[in-house]
Design a protein around this ligand. Structure first.
Ligand SMILES: Cc1ncc(COP(=O)(O)O)c(C=O)c1O
Length: 430
């Protein structure tokens, strides 16, 4: 098994990773061997994991850090005077500091820990509820994940808001020509994805944020498919709030982040109430703790927070620049490989440098669910369905697609394995 990322740093002509349970002994680069699950067989074949957009595999460091937390430190945070409680609190707050640094955020208090991108986007939407009035407009896009659609649908119903959506062009980009007409004086919030989880399209968030701010709108970015795959600098994006999940960034499940400017966080209202988020409580009144603790009611996922820095260590070691280059190369190779199949439609921009590391496609000969099952029979894990983006699939004119998505452990061999498995599936269906 080999990782192409190895070759970005490794000697020319290297053909196989020579690391043993660790790094490549030739070049010291990150090795797929660090991801234990990638060593397993699926249906008698080596696992070819092409579903990182759903969740990325975890390196040994993350698994070990989570186990170490439960073995050595397990305690609740922020409310104990004993050693374990203070160690747990340190680990939890270290996660906040590391995540802030990773995104170029000046103050750790700007980072709120949630249970995932979905939790973060719900907090953003319902935390801004008190700023909205009937008839106000929320501008979204046609390419959003349900996590950035459904909270707004619920809020619009409750508050009498108008939802508008920037259309998607036939080549899978946002139709920015429509933006001046769609951004109005009634637009209070613009919330959009940084990178589409179906089309791969990377949206010009900074440009859209600047236009939205001129109209006085709050800008939220769903960065679930960009953080960890490309350099993401919170300040450079110029948004008010940014959401993502740790588990898509090689980290543990059950942890996500909402990052905000100090100004917006001071206006955001908590949406969950209880322990940890208060300053004082009487029988019939309560005041809130400072930001960010007022948004973190109840016991948080401390074990996940204790493990996430190990994922950031790995990314920083590989460097985001190399990861991005690697994913562009893999995406380009996947586009080229898949376009050699007849009657197979590929979605999203042609240029891999304008996409994140994933490719969705539709085989006219085989339903995506059948295709994914037959690929699985060959050890190749791809996702099939609407990928939590039903409106986008309606726009594309299909009910479902198959999606191959990449992480730093994937190689050109993995894409060749997927192509072989598609040929096999076509034989089965011939
Ligand atoms: C673009 C996008 N936004 C939001 C989410 C939701 O992430 P989570 O399920 O981790 O909350 C996903 C997950 O697939 C996604 O791809």
């Amino acid at each position: 098994m080999r990782s192409d990322l190895h070759f970005l740093k490794g000697p020319a002509g290297a053909s196989a990773c020579e690391g043993q349970d660790g790094d490549c002994i030739r070049c010291g680069a990150i090795c797929v061997e660090r991801f234990p699950v990638l060593k397993r067989l699926v249906n008698g074949h080596r696992l070819v994991y092409l579903d990182s957009a759903a969740t990325a595999q975890k390196p040994e460091g993350v698994i070990a850090a989570q186990a170490r937390y439960y073995r050595r430190h397990n305690a609740n945070v922020h409310r104990g005077m004993h050693t374990l409680a203070s160690e747990a609190t340190d680990l939890y707050e270290t996660c906040r500091r590391r995540t802030a640094r990773f995104l170029g955020v000046t103050r750790p208090e700007q980072v709120i820990m949630t249970n995932g991108a979905t939790g973060a986007l719900n907090l953003a939407a319902f935390g801004l509820r008190h700023t909205l009035n009937p008839g106000d407009e929320i501008l979204l896009t046609e390419m959003e994940h349900h996590a950035n659609l459904v909270p707004w649908i619920k809020l619009a119903r409750q508050e009498g808001l108008l939802l508008r959506h920037i259309p998607v062009t036939d080549d899978g980009r946002l139709d920015l020509g429509a933006l001046p007409e769609m951004l109005t004086d009634r637009t209070r919030i613009v919330s959009l994805t940084h990178a589409s989880n179906v089309l791969g399209t990377i949206n010009p968030v900074a440009e859209i944020a600047a236009a939205a701010h001129k109209r006085g709108a709050v800008v939220i970015v769903d960065a679930a498919q960009s953080v960890g795959h490309m350099p993401v600098d919170f300040d450079a994006l110029g948004v008010d709030l940014l959401a993502f999940s740790a588990h898509k960034v090689y980290g543990p499940m059950g942890l996500g982040f909402l990052v905000g400017t100090p100004e917006i966080l001071s206006r955001l209202e908590p949406v969950e109430f209880g322990g940890e988020m208060i300053e004082t409580v009487t029988l019939d009144d309560a005041t809130w703790a400072d930001v960010p603790h007022r948004f973190e009611a109840g016991t948080p996922n401390v074990a996940a927070a204790a493990a996430f820095p190990a994922a950031l260590d790995l990314i920083e070691e590989a460097t985001l620049e190399r990861i991005r280059t690697h994913e562009i190369q893999l995406t380009g190779y996947a586009l080229e490989t898949l376009s050699a199949f007849d009657e197979l439609t590929i979605y999203g921009p042609d240029d891999p440098s304008q996409r994140g590391g994933l490719v969705s496609f539709h085989d006219a000969k085989i339903h995506p669910h059948d295709l994914a099952q037959l690929l699985d029979a060959r050890g190749v894990a791809v996702r099939a369905g609407h990928h939590c983006a039903q409106p986008l699939h309606r726009r594309l004119g299909v009910v479902a697609t198959a999606r191959a998505s990449f992480g730093l452990y994937n190689s050109h061999d993995d894409i060749d394995a997927m192509a072989d498995a598609i040929r096999y599936a076509r034989e089965v269906f011939a």
